[in-house]
Ligand binder design. Structure first.
Ligand SMILES: [Cu+2]
Length: 152
């Protein structure tokens, strides 16, 4: 019984020591999960994407994103105005402890322009995310984003 309790604790400590905690920003540990990019309809090269970004420690802002398969990645909000969905580019999204950045279909999202038409559903691509803390210290997190179909 004791043995079974000790193993996960040791694994947790290892994970904490080898993770992004060693980055220069130090106080903020960022974890990005579930990143995805939607493959646009045939002939179009603009698509949305999403992710979850959790932070432990001081709040951070997501200030930019890039990937090899798109010319440009913007941060967009989506709101309903007079019954019409409106998208707006914003400079950043903030994550604080217990309040992650949630980018998803139908809400705040990533918008990718000039997408490589060769991308295929099921591919995984590197997505590079730039975060900044209140001191202005940057931290780049590279995550793996899954290419999903329009209806997935
Ligand atoms: Cu958008």
């Amino acid at each position: 019984m004791l043995f079974r309790v000790l193993i996960p604790a040791a694994a947790l400590m290892l994970a904490a020591c080898s993770g992004p905690a060693e980055s220069p920003a130090g106080e903020s540990v960022i974890e990005v999960k579930d990143a995805f990019i939607i493959k646009p309809a045939e002939g179009r090269d603009v698509a949305g994407g999403g992710l979850m970004a959790y932070v432990t420690g001081a709040p951070v802002e997501l200030v930019g994103a890039s990937t090899d398969i798109a010319d440009r990645v913007e941060l967009h909000t989506m709101t309903m105005e007079d019954g019409v969905m409106q998208m707006r580019q914003v400079e950043s999204f903030t994550a604080s402890e217990g309040d992650p950045i949630v980018l998803q279909r139908g809400g705040n999202h990533l918008m990718l322009f000039g997408l490589d038409p060769a991308m295929a559903v099921g591919d995984t691509v590197d997505l590079s995310l730039e975060f900044r803390d209140s001191d202005g210290t940057s931290q780049t997190v590279v995550t793996s984003a899954e290419v999903k179909g329009l209806g997935d």
